[in-house]
Ligand binder design. Structure first.
Ligand code: ATP
Ligand code: MG
Length: 450
């Protein structure tokens, strides 16, 4: 109790290193072999050390290697300044103004090299948010300003040791994410750490330590002040983590959806089942885990489809023709998003195309199916349509027809078109099954528009 009190009174400002010695863990205990580093990561650390500096692989890569996972990328931390780093390598570029880091290019790889940072003079604003954090520090200070204990491990390939200032190895063994320092203050300094906690817990299958988890709900509102571009980057990392669905559900549970992305709040608190979202995200999750590529536009289209689909039904019920109703629904949803965060154009274009093409699967006469499958975005639109089929939103027969049409030769295609025509004549008012009863909109279409 007294010790706790003294600690509280003497509590060091965030980032200031505790004066304790790190644990130095030998190869027999950490199990990381040098050969597991990428060529470039190994060469960058070695060359910096040969030039007289200290250099370590740090952060997520060390954590992942100890867990037997393949790191996404390798980061290096050093006591050399960015200019000194640049002098050691032929292809190196200093980037960033606030946080100056060096990108060292080697072959196809780029290694991010950061100079040890000290946090003692980091300036914060009135809410405790870090505004500038570019002072150099010692290795111990650098460890202290990282987020979670498992993210503050340094690997020295020359000595083959792991250097652990914050009991990261112990937490790693217990599969626990523990914030370094006071979680409240660390969230105030940088609210994105809350999103990182959720993402990393889902990715690693870790629990979030109770003291680290507990303040999240009360600090969620701080995310609203973060720059939309940074939030979007985090959302993207989350969606591309291979655990997108679990991450989204956890964001909702921790109260972060409304703090960070009002949009996600709508997605998650629909009262509606999340069947479509679950199916869409899980199918891309398994693609990512199998090392396949996925389109961000497709992911975003799946994420927001429920909103589009509901409005589409409403506009059709109000008398608009399907295509016009759909483009109106898309415009509505896009206008809402603009207020939350802007989806970069390179993604929103694909997202919109996938949505817009959903109106074309009903047209199976004449040349239309031929023209449709030639569309560059047809395949993505078809995959999306098939997902809709799986949740019962469109007839499975119709999905099957398009599956067959793609595979068929010319004669078979003509037969398929003829069968479709017969089918339509037999049941001209065959309605698609909608899971959302359409509500009538007050602003119905102008006569002549419909
Ligand atoms: P991933 O598997 O997504 O790459 P990561 O932990 O490596 O996870 P990065 O964004 O690559 O995440 O960051 C590298 C390291 O930088 C982290 O491991 C952590 O030590 C530190 N770091 C990143 N973001 C923050 C932050 N917001 N606050 C404190 N430290 C951070
Ligand atoms: Mg990383």
């Amino acid at each position: 109790m007294i010790r706790k009190l003294i600690r509280k009174v003497l509590e060091l400002p965030s980032g200031m290193a505790k004066r304790h010695k790190p644990r130095v863990i030998p190869l027999s205990q950490h199990g990381i072999r040098r050969e597991q580093l990428s060529k470039a990561a190994f060469r960058v650390t070695t060359q910096l050390q040969e030039a007289g500096f200290s250099a370590f692989v740090v952060g997520g890569a060390v954590r992942d290697l100890m867990l037997g996972l393949t790191p996404k990328d390798f980061d290096v931390a050093t006591n050399a300044t960015p200019e000194q780093v640049q002098r050691v390598f032929r292809r190196a570029r200093i980037i960033g103004r606030r946080f100056r880091i060096v990108h060292v290019m080697m072959g196809q790889e780029t290694i991010e090299v950061t100079t040890f940072r000290g946090g003692s003079v980091a300036s914060t604003n009135e809410t405790g948010r870090i505004m500038a954090d570019n002072s150099f520090g010692s290795q111990a200070e650098d460890a202290q300003r990282r987020d979670f204990t498992v993210n503050a491990l340094f690997y020295d390939p020359a000595q083959q040791t792991v250097i652990d200032y914050h009991h990261g190895v112990k937490d790693l063994q217990h599969k626990k994410l523990v914030m370094i320092g006071s979680p409240e203050r660390r969230y105030q300094e940088d609210p994105v750490r809350m999103l990182r906690a959720v993402r990393l817990a889902a990715k690693l299958g870790f629990s979030i330590d109770e003291a680290t988890r507990q303040p999240i709900a009360a600090h969620a509102h701080l995310l609203k002040k973060e720059p939309p571009a940074r939030l979007f980057d985090e959302l993207l990392k989350l969606l591309m983590s291979g655990h997108a669905y679990d991450c989204l559900i956890k964001l909702g549970e921790e109260g972060l959806a409304c703090g960070a992305f009002p949009l996600l709040d709508a997605v998650l608190s629909d009262g509606d089942d999340h069947q479509f979202l679950k199916l869409g995200l899980e199918s891309t999750d398994s693609r990512i885990r199998a090392g396949k590529t996925v389109s961000v536009g497709f992911l975003l289209a799946a994420l927001l489809w429920r909103q589009v689909e509901q409005r589409w039904a409403q506009h059709q019920a109000a008398g608009y023709k399907p295509t016009l109703a759909l483009s109106q629904a898309i415009a509505d949803v896009e206008a809402e998003q603009d207020e939350d965060f802007a989806i970069p154009r390179r993604f929103s274009i694909t997202m919109r195309e996938i949505w817009m093409l959903q109106a074309r699967f009903d047209s199976r006469s004449g040349q239309r199916p031929y023209r449709f499958i030639e569309q560059p975005r047809f395949r993505a639109a078809y995959d999306f349509f098939a997902l809709r089929g799986e949740v019962g939103e469109v007839e499975l027969d119709l999905v099957q027809w398009w599956t067959d049409f793609q595979r068929a030769d010319f004669i078979e295609r003509e037969k398929l078109i003829a069968t479709a025509k017969l089918g339509e004549q037999a049941s001209p008012v065959k309605k698609r099954r909608r899971r959302h009863p359409a509500r009538k909109l007050s602003n119905g279409p102008q006569t002549g528009n419909a």
